[in-house]
Write a protein that binds this ligand. Structure first.
Ligand code: PEP
Length: 253
């Protein structure tokens, strides 16, 4: 049975002190919620990983994720943070290939494939993002774009490695715009992604792979989106910065 997951992506927001307050509020509000077969993830700035991990402590089914990782292991790479460093800081997951990293930092499928390897090698779950821009949605090439992102970023992995991958479908036109893919639009792409995984790794592995939706998910639309057959949760940007909104989305899971 695949896990349902609600993962926050704080992006470049919150200081460590603010992060501690935000996570503490969320944990307090969800302390009586049964998280069996469910995960709550906080994708925080690298400087907050240690402090947020210590607030979470051994709370079941709650994890910290980084928002990036270096494609190098160590050495003269100023400003980079390795997978080993992330693990040592307390990260159990890593968001890889967010569209903002693809767009502003020129991360290609090729480099993302290496980043996925780096985190999986250290036992960190990769939350691998894919999704089309508006033009690709309009001109009908979006399935090809998503297929390339998934094949080139993930399909070099072994079956065992693939079990530690979560896929996030994030239509770029819906990120931070207030515009959401309709549940039907998102479901169609999620089913497409699951078919790709099934064709490569078999139906059982595909059935057990969590595929999250991201793009202006909020309390008002979370339940409907996550109610679709192939939508296993959300990667949540803006709404993860307000504890009450994030808690509502967790409750909708
Ligand atoms: C994101 O950053 O992954 C995201 C989905 O952002 P938002 O929820 O703000 O659209």
């Amino acid at each position: 049975m695949r896990n349902k997951i609600v993962a926050g992506n704080w992006k470049m927001n919150t200081t460590p002190v603010e992060g501690i307050a935000l996570v503490s509020e969320v944990l307090e509000a969800i302390k009586n919620i049964d998280l069996e077969h469910k995960k709550v993830v906080f994708g925080v700035p690298a400087v907050s990983i240690t402090s947020v991990a210590s607030v979470i402590g051994d709370t079941s089914n709650v994890y910290v994720a980084s928002q990036n990782v270096s494609s190098y292991d160590s050495g003269a790479y100023t400003g980079e943070i390795s997978a080993a460093m992330l693990v040592a800081s307390g990260a159990a997951m890593a968001i890889i290939g967010h569209s903002e990293r693809r767009e502003y930092f020129n991360e290609t499928n090729e480099v993302l494939a290496v980043k996925v390897d780096k985190v999986l090698d250290k036992g960190v779950v990769a939350i691998y993002c894919c999704g089309e821009v508006l033009e690709e949605r309009k001109n009908g090439t979006f399935e090809t774009v998503i297929q390339n992102q998934i094949e080139e970023g993930l399909f070099h992995l072994s079956e065992d490695q693939m079990k530690n991958v979560v896929i996030a479908y994030e239509p770029v036109w819906a990120i931070g715009t207030g515009e959401t893919a309709s549940p039907e639009q998102a479901q169609a792409v999620h089913a497409f992604i699951r078919r790709l995984v099934a064709n490569k790794y078999g139906a059982e592995l595909a059935e057990n792979t969590s595929v999250l939706y991201g793009g202006s998910m909020k309390p008002g639309n979370a339940k409907e989106l996550m109610g679709m057959a192939d939508i296993d949760g959300g990667l949540v940007g803006g709404a993860s910065l307000k504890s009450s909104d994030f808690v509502e989305i967790i409750k909708a899971m």
